[in-house]
Design a protein around this ligand. Structure first.
Ligand SMILES: Nc1ncnc2c1ncn2[C@@H]1O[C@H](COP(=O)(O)OP(=O)(O)OP(=O)(O)O)[C@@H](O)[C@H]1O
Length: 327
C-alpha cells in the first residue's frame, strides 16, 4: 500500500489555563489518502476542531501541540517553521470553516478576493487568475459564475456563500482539505447538494479530505472511512461499513443508536446516558466508563489499549457482534 497523504500519530494538543491543563487532543492517530474522505466524528467538545487546527499549525496560545507526528507527504508539520506552514496553508492544504465568513471578506467582491488569492501563490496575469476563479466557482455549482464573481458575499445565500468558500479552498488544487462542519448550519437539501458536489470533486481531483462533523449521518453519506473521537482520543476507526455495521466501541454504538440517519428505520432513537466528561475533569482509565454499561474494574484503572488494524478500537470490552449492537 502506498504511503498515505497525511499520517498523524500520537498527536497531543493541550491548553494551559488558570484552572489547569486542558488536554483537548490527547493522543490522536489518523491517516488519509489521496482521493479519500475521512470523517472525524464525535460529540461537542471531543476535540475535533482542535485536531483540525493542530494539523495546520493554527492552534493559538494558550494552546500548544505537545507531542506527536504530523506526516504530510513525508514532511513532519509539527516541526515545520511558521513560514513553511503559512505557505503550505495557502497552497497544498486548505481549510473550510463552519462559517464561510471566516474565509470571505465582507467588503470585497468575491472576484477581487479570489484573484488576490490566486496571485498570492502563482505568477499569473489578472485575466488568468480571474478565469481560474470563474472555473472554481463553476465547479462548486455557482450558477452564472462569470457574472456572480463580481458580487459581494452578502449578495449570496448561506449555502452559496459556503460554496464560494469551498471554491476558494479549491483554487490551488490542494492535496488536502480539512473541513470543519461546513454544512452544519445549512438546511438538509442544500447540505446534501454540497456533499454530493464535494464527493465528486474529491474523487476527480484526487484530494484527501478530512470532514469534521458531529453528525454521523453526514459522515456516513460522504466519507469512505470514519474516525470516532471521544474525550480527546480516537476510540474507533474503520471503513464506514465496518464501523456502522459492526461497531465495537460502546460509544460508537451509542452514537449510531442516537443518529437518525444511521439508526435502523422504525427503531426508536436511543440516547447515550450522561454527558461527556469536562476536559479538566476526565475520569481515570477509560473516559467513557461512567456512561458505559459494560465497564468493569479494569476500565477504572487503565486506559484501553491503543488502536491497531484497519478497523481498530480502544476498549477492554468491545461489542464483538453486530447482533449484540442492534439488540
Ligand atoms: N483556547 C482554548 N482554551 C482552553 N480550552 C480550549 C480552547 N479551545 C478549545 N478548548 C477546549 O478543547 C476541547 C475540545 O474543543 P474542540 O473545539 O476541538 O471540540 P469539538 O469536538 O470541535 O466541539 P464542537 O463540535 O462543539 O466544535 C473543549 O473542551 C474546549 O473547551
Amino acid at each position: 500500500m502506498s504511503a498515505p497523504l497525511l499520517r498523524v500519530e500520537g498527536l497531543k494538543t493541550w491548553f494551559d489555563t488558570p484552572k489547569g491543563i486542558v488536554k483537548s487532543v490527547d493522543g490522536v492517530d489518523l491517516d488519509v489518502g489521496r482521493g479519500e474522505i475521512l470523517g472525524l466524528v464525535g460529540e461537542s467538545g471531543s476535540g475535533k476542531s482542535v485536531t483540525g487546527f493542530s494539523l495546520i499549525g493554527l492552534v493559538d496560545k494558550p494552546g500548544r501541540v505537545v507531542e506527536g507526528r504530523i506526516d504530510f507527504k513525508g514532511e513532519d508539520l509539527r516541526t515545520a517553521s511558521p513560514a513553511r506552514l503559512r505557505s503550505l496553508r495557502g497552497d497544498r492544504i486548505a481549510m473550510i470553516f463552519q462559517d464561510p465568513m471566516m474565509t470571505l471578506n465582507p467588503v470585497l467582491r468575491i472576484g477581487t478576493q479570489m484573484i488576490e488569492t490566486v496571485q498570492a501563490h502563482r505568477k499569473v496575469s489578472r485575466a488568468e487568475a480571474r478565469a481560474r476563479s470563474v472555473e472554481a466557482l463553476g465547479k462548486v455549482g455557482i450558477p452564472h459564475p462569470a457574472e456572480r464573481i463580481d458580487a459581494y458575499p452578502h449578495e449570496f445565500s448561506g449555502g452559496m456563500r459556503q460554496r464560494v468558500a469551498i471554491a476558494i479552498a479549491l483554487l490551488h488544487e490542494p492535496d488536502l482539505i480539512i473541513a470543519d462542519e461546513p454544512t452544519t448550519a445549512l438546511d438538509v437539501t442544500i447540505q446534501s447538494q454540497i456533499l454530493a458536489q464535494v464527493q465528486k470533486l474529491a474523487a476527480e481531483m484526487g484530494l484527501g479530505l478530512i470532514w469534521i462533523s458531529h453528525d454521523l449521518g453526514v459522515v456516513a453519506a460522504l466519507a469512505q472511512r470514519v474516525a470516532v473521537m471521544y474525550a480527546g482520543r480516537i476510540v474507533e476507526r474503520g471503513t464506514i461499513d465496518e464501523v456502522l455495521d459492526a461497531p465495537q466501541h460502546p460509544y460508537t454504538a451509542g452514537l449510531i443508536g442516537s443518529t437518525p440517519m444511521a439508526n435502523e428505520r422504525g427503531k426508536p432513537l436511543r440516547q447515550i446516558p450522561g454527558s461527556a466528561p469536562p476536559a479538566l475533569g476526565r475520569p481515570s482509565g477509560c473516559p467513557f466508563r461512567p456512561r458505559c454499561a459494560r465497564a468493569t474494574e479494569i476500565c477504572q484503572t487503565e486506559p484501553p489499549e491503543t488502536l491497531t488494524g484497519q478497523h481498530g478500537w480502544r476498549c477492554f470490552h468491545p461489542l464483538q457482534t453486530p447482533t449484540e449492537v442492534r439488540a
